[in-house]
Design a binder for this molecule. Structure first.
Ligand code: NAG
Ligand code: NAG
Ligand code: NAG
Ligand code: NAG
Ligand code: NAG
Ligand code: NAG
Ligand code: NAG
Length: 276
């Protein structure tokens, strides 16, 4: 586990991951760790807040996802951007990343990492806000910010995870196109109970929200790091989670997201602080 704390650079990560992958079957905290298992192909424009992050100097490879929360700000996971040596770009209105079919590709001009993110995702606070160097074109039907979940979270609702399923261990496992999967929310007691069966027994923080599939069997590693968990919550889609960590094997254990209702005040406060 301690090894995982050193994972901060996007560029050295693959080597370490390959090593680790051979050593452990159920580590947590791989980068970028999460992918859609059993997902189905989404449609262009269906989830208009999803963005893909790429880096110019790394062959424009998509390395994480995120969500537009205003026309100029993207919410993603802190572990996606902490310590990265270059400013990433946000692909807005994208569907097939191999096709470069995004409506806009906008440079990120500022990265604000949650002040209490420790570098270890299991301590929580795995969130970052990215300010775009120009606003996304929200007049386009494929581009729209998402509302944040508020304290009145519901559990009896329809939730989806989406992502490009980037998985750096094996190029073949990458998905070009946006995948989606309908999932169930798990309460934290149940989530911790399941993780307690694992080798490392990581703590599920109260600021996390967990997802699983209806059969509780395979959805454990769904969605890209930083990508959204969103739910239809009485008239609108709301952002419930940002993908944070899961099992190395992408199997058996629930995927863990940062719980957005917990962080809504941090998001609003940060947006106000950095907006003129
Ligand atoms: C995505 O784009 C690539 C490159 O153009 C193409 O080969 C592939 O078939 C596309 N995938 C889908 C599902 O459209
Ligand atoms: C960070 O932690 C400190 C000490 O616990 C706390 O006072 C502060 O409110 C936290 N910051 C945020 C943004 O939650
Ligand atoms: C969640 O993480 C924070 C920050 O590391 C820590 O202060 C808090 O005790 C943790 N809560 C739980 C329930 O583990
Ligand atoms: C924004 O999108 C609308 C609708 O597709 C389009 O008409 C307009 O030209 C776009 N604006 C810019 C600046 O690209
Ligand atoms: C958590 O979920 C489990 C399994 O669905 C359920 O048995 C339990 O009552 C729930 N606990 C709370 C506090 O809601
Ligand atoms: C998980 O394991 C911890 C440490 O052994 C224990 O304190 C906790 O009660 C367990 N939680 C659940 C929900 O089983
Ligand atoms: C859950 O199990 C049922 C019955 O075996 C199956 O029909 C269904 O497709 C499964 N759902 C998922 C998401 O795997």
């Amino acid at each position: 586990m301690r090894l995982l704390l050193f994972f901060s650079s996007v560029l050295v990560i693959n080597v370490l991951l390959n090593l680790l992958n051979n050593l452990v079957t159920t580590a947590v905290g791989c980068f970028p760790s999460l992918r859609i298992i059993g997902g189905r192909t989404s449609e262009p424009g269906k989830w208009p807040w999803i963005i893909a992050l790429d880096i110019e100097n790394n062959g424009k490879k998509v390395f994480c996802g995120g969500s537009l929360v205003t026309e100029s700000w993207v919410l993603t996971a802190a572990h996606c951007v902490k310590g990265i040596p270059y400013q990433p770009y946000a692909r807005v209105g994208a569907f097939n990343t191999s096709d470069n079919d995004e409506i806009q590709r906008i440079k990120v001009q500022r990265i604000i990492i949650h002040e209490n993110y420790t570098g270890n995702r299991q301590n929580g606070n795995d969130l970052a806000l990215l300010e775009l160097s120009e606003p996304a074109n929200v007049s386009h039907s494929f581009i729209e910010p998402i509302l944040l979940a508020n304290a009145k979270e519901r559990t009896d609702i329809q939730c989806y995870i989406v992502g490009w399923g980037r998985f750096n261990l094996e190029e073949r496992l990458y998905s070009d196109v946006l995948l989606e999967r309908k999932i169930d929310l798990l309460n934290n007691t149940e989530c911790q109970r399941r993780w307690n069966d694992s080798l490392f027994r990581p703590r599920v923080n109260q600021s996390n929200i967990c997802v699983d599939d209806e059969n509780g069997s395979v959805s454990s590693c769904d969605g890209d790091s930083g990508s959204p968990l969103h739910c239809w919550n009485g008239g609108s889609w709301r952002l419930y989670g940002v993908a944070s960590w899961g099992s190395r094997a992408c199997y058996h254990y629930p995927a863990v997201y940062s719980r957005i209702s917990w962080f809504a005040n941090w998001v609003y406060g940060t947006l106000i602080k950095y907006s003129e």
